[in-house]
Design a protein around this ligand. Structure first.
Ligand SMILES: C[S@@+](CC[C@H](N)C(=O)[O-])C[C@H]1O[C@@H](n2cnc3c(N)ncnc32)[C@H](O)[C@@H]1O
Ligand SMILES: [Mg+2]
Length: 218
């Protein structure tokens, strides 16, 4: 039996999220295809869904698709005419995500672009402005991705950046871990950029001790 943070996440999922065949099938398909289990948790996925609905998002941008677990949550928050562009480096991850999005019934709203996100972002202006941007890819590029989210957003755009606490590793100024260096560069950018209001929330749960940035373009 699960204990501690995992058990509480299970309790939250049971009480507030309910059974979800498409999401369960997506995680099973990811595992069967060798994708790492680094998707957001169910509770975090529901939070993304709620944030997108609260923002009234019609155009969503995601950086880091993996198998499309978070993509499904976000796409479900869109109105019938809404669209989601998600960027993924690995063709294999994108192929698995396509299967999962089809099974979840949201594939018609989602455009997966395969390649380095920095390259995809450079050519994405026609799909902008985005109402909500979820950043969850290579952490060393987070400061750049936030700058791109601002460029491709508008006043009021919601920006969420995942995994910014890293079990407290964010405090280590001498870390040789480029993911931590990238996270610290992200915080430096956030603290210096007058175009954003931002906070960061620490989280515990099925994914351990981590956290996310929540920001709004002024
Ligand atoms: C943490 S996973 C995404 C999880 C997903 N958002 C979810 O919660 O279900 C990060 C993904 O970013 C992809 N990635 C890594 N570097 C990238 C890059 N430079 N451009 C685009 N995607 C990248 C990885 O291949 C991986 O699939
Ligand atoms: Mg993440």
């Amino acid at each position: 039996m699960a204990t501690g943070w995992q058990a509480v996440d299970d309790y939250i999922a049971e009480k507030l999220l309910g059974a979800d065949d498409a999401l369960a099938a997506a995680l099973a398909n990811n595992a069967a295809n060798g994708l790492p289990p680094i998707d957001v948790s169910a509770a975090q996925g529901k939070m993304l869904f709620l944030l997108a609905q609260m923002a009234g998002a019609k155009r969503i941008l995601e950086v880091g698709t993996l198998g499309g677990y978070s993509t499904i949550w976000l796409a479900r928050a869109l109105p019938a005419s809404g669209t989601l562009v998600t960027l993924e480096l690995e063709p294999h991850h994108a192929a698995v995500a396509r299967e999962n999005l089809e099974r979840a019934g949201v594939a018609d709203k989602v455009d997966i672009r395969v390649g380095p996100a920095a390259d995809s972002l450079a050519g994405i202006a026609a799909d902008a402005p985005f109402d909500l941007v979820f950043i969850d890819a290579d952490k060393q590029s987070n400061a750049h991705y936030v700058a791109e989210a601002i460029r491709l957003g508008r006043s009021g755009t919601t920006i969420i950046v995942d995994n910014v606490v890293r079990e407290g590793g964010v405090l280590d100024a001498d870390s040789g871990d480029e993911r931590i260096e990238g996270t610290r560069a992200l915080f430096a950018r956030l603290s210096a950029d007058p175009r954003l209001d931002a906070t960061a929330i620490q989280t515990v749960g099925a994914k351990g001790w981590d956290g996310f940035v929540l920001a709004r373009v002024r």
